[in-house]
Design a protein around this ligand. Structure first.
Ligand code: AMP
Ligand code: MG
Length: 311
């Protein structure tokens, strides 16, 4: 059921979470499927509903830096600098997990934490007074939800979805491992690398994106963020290859009838990307041709999502 995120809605959601149930809620990145991060049954329900593989760890959402510190040991100095610069916001920090905490989700010895920049998420965190594990509220591997309706279509069993309107960023958080000497990018996302480097100086990149050009190579890229339709990245969309079963996703203008045309600004493109893929899927397309975005760093997170969706 979709519920307005007014005071009564947030109270109902908090009651469900405190009783060990799951609730979907809006964040500024995408909608999350939330549960008490230290309840094995509640977290088990996240994995079951999403059909998420047990090796895939969860991001824990907290209300502020003080709450984050309690989950980590040690809490490194660079985490404080990053939190001061970007929290609340779309940056997830991977730190060593405090040893007194029970492991929920994949056992990595680490914990991934962020403070979401969304009024509804923050009100929910305050009302539950719990750290909330919250992966994207969709079946594993499929497109992330940027509206409450997307959540219910992907996960009809979720007892309650708080509706906070469309997600403003529309793409997942940037994930940084700060357990080592040099912070390492684990997942490109909403927060850009240029902004992060202004705080950290050096930043290590994962191998697949080391040269800033994610090259989709079957078997190497893990499939994720994928529509039901087959997604194919192309340099140029050939209008002759388009018919009723072939959808097109491009940016700027294109003389192709029925094409989803997104902005040439990466922030605006990201905000619309998942909704456009949902629409093309709902229109019953068997194939979606996607014009490859520019090879620059500002488009890194978008290229990452598209190459995994095409895997
Ligand atoms: P999602 O919850 O679907 O947004 O995805 C969470 C992602 O965060 C995972 O796929 C990992 O990339 C990353 N992540 C979460 N927890 C950890 C962790 N402890 N160590 C490394 N990466 C993590
Ligand atoms: Mg996800």
């Amino acid at each position: 059921m979709i519920v307005r995120a007014d005071a009564a809605g947030v109270r109902r959601a908090a009651e469900l979470l405190r009783a060990g149930s799951v609730v979907a809620f809006p964040t500024e990145t995408v909608y999350g499927l939330g549960a008490d991060a230290f309840s094995p049954t509640a977290v088990g329900e996240i994995y079951r509903l999403k059909n998420r593989p047990s090796w895939n760890p969860l991001i824990v959402h907290v209300a502020d830096v003080a709450a984050a510190r309690k989950l980590a040991d040690p809490w490194p100095a660079v985490a404080d600098e990053l939190a001061a610069a970007f929290w609340p916001g779309p940056l997830t920090l991977v730190v060593r997990r405090a040893p007194h905490l029970t492991q929920v989700g994949a056992d990595t010895g680490t914990i991934a934490i962020r403070v979401p920049a969304h009024d509804v998420a923050l009100r929910l965190l305050a009302a539950t007074d719990l750290p909330l594990a919250a992966p994207s509220a969709n079946r594993s591997e499929s497109i992330s939800p940027t509206t409450a309706e997307h959540v219910l279509r992907s996960l009809p069993e979720v007892p309650l979805v708080l509706d906070g309107g469309p997600a403003s960023w529309g793409i997942e958080s940037t994930v940084l491992d700060v357990t080592g000497e040099v912070p390492r990018l684990l997942r490109p996302g909403a927060l850009g690398l240029r902004e992060i480097r202004e705080v950290t100086g050096a930043l290590a990149l994962p191998n697949e994106v080391a040269d800033g050009s994610a090259r989709p190579s079957p078997g190497m890229s893990r499939r994720h963020y994928a529509p039901r339709a087959k997604l194919i990245l192309v340099d140029e969309v050939d209008p002759a290859s388009v018919d009723d079963s072939v959808g097109v996703l491009t940016y700027e203008t294109a003389a192709i009838p029925g094409a989803e045309i997104l902005s040439a600004d990466p922030r605006e493109y990201a905000a619309d990307l998942y909704a456009a893929l949902h629409r093309l899927d709902d229109a019953g397309m068997s194939t979606i041709l996607v014009r490859t975005p520019p090879p620059t760093e500002e488009w890194l997170a978008i290229r990452d999502r598209l190459s995994r969706a095409a895997a």
